[in-house]
Design a protein around this ligand. Sequence first.
Ligand code: NDP
Ligand code: ZN
Length: 352
Amino acid sequence: MKGYAMLKIGESGWIEKDTPACGPLDAIVKPLAVAICTSDVHTLWEGAIGDRHNMILGHEASAEVVEVGSEVKDFKPGDRVLIPAITPDWNSLEAQAGYSMHSGGMLAGWKFSNFKDGVFSEYFHVNDADGNLALMPEGMDPADACILSDMVPTGFHAVELADVQLGDTVLVIGIGPVGLMSVAGAALRGASRIIAVGTRPVCIEAAKGYGATDFISYKDGPIDEQVMELTGGKGVDRVCIAGGTVETFEPAVKALKPGGKIGNVNYLGSGDYINIPRVEWGVGMGHKDIRGGLMPGGRLRMEKLSSLVTAGRLDLHPECTHVFHGWDHLEEALFLMRDKPADLIKPVVVID
Ligand code: NDP
Ligand code: ZN
């Protein structure tokens, strides 16, 4: 089969590989659509997870099942499925402890294009099929379905980590495709005011649609100062971080009220340390929680999140600004995600 791979840091291209083998609990699937992620950009061009050789990229896809293992009960060839970007081993001790995303070691629930070949190929392997696949709802667009792989569960996980409550004022730092889902998740959880940080006009428009009430630009001065001005010096109850750098924790802590919580899902691709401002962190006693996490993955989450779409409570369509058709456009879509033109939210490639 052919797959689009990271050859080494900074170099990518199409390669030939054997079709993966199906173990008793696994499935082999073929993509209906794949989406490019900013994490692919971090992996390939920044070497954020270290060097990888001839590793097929990609972790966001919707697919059709072509083969299942002898122990798989709930899926069969021909099923159209949702696949989470994080596919834990559900019988691991870490999953039993409630941290499925770290099954087998820190971040090891993230397997595609990290510990094994990813989804930018004619076929790919899904471990623990009964635990990680979910049936794609009837009538769902395969391009929209890709957004359920990572953007929805990750953006919503920032909201979970920040523990957004009814009536909260929430700051969402970064409104790319991930942060937009944090805006949507905060609105679903009953935030009263959502202050969004970003500059791309297409993202600002989409954020309005998802429930953002105020906008600030990180290019117009320190984020915390702008937040304080907007909130009359009070600050915010919760912060979701889905963009920025290791430096972003400083304004996040400064903008947060005592007792507030920060939920980070941003992938910190560079820098050795995160600066936490001592005084605004209450000299160590401010009850300002900083939580960062990889989303949990798995079937139940896919089923629940997709039910929000079928119930009409979450519209994924605004996320897919650039929809291509055919593998021939994959590289173009990947380069687009690296270059982030002003009209881009998410590039998706439908495999017709
Ligand atoms: P984008 O690059 O599309 O969006 C990033 C957002 O952050 C944009 O709104 C951008 O603004 C804003 N931003 C850029 N620089 C700063 C800054 N210095 N301060 C504040 N805001 C800034 O990224 P994605 O939405 O695709 O992904 C967001 C992050 O989440 C990435 O790091 C990605 O790797 C990570 N991620 C994490 C996952 C997880 O499981 N934890 C899964 C998937 C992604 P502008 O409008 O100017 O572009
Ligand atoms: Zn992703």
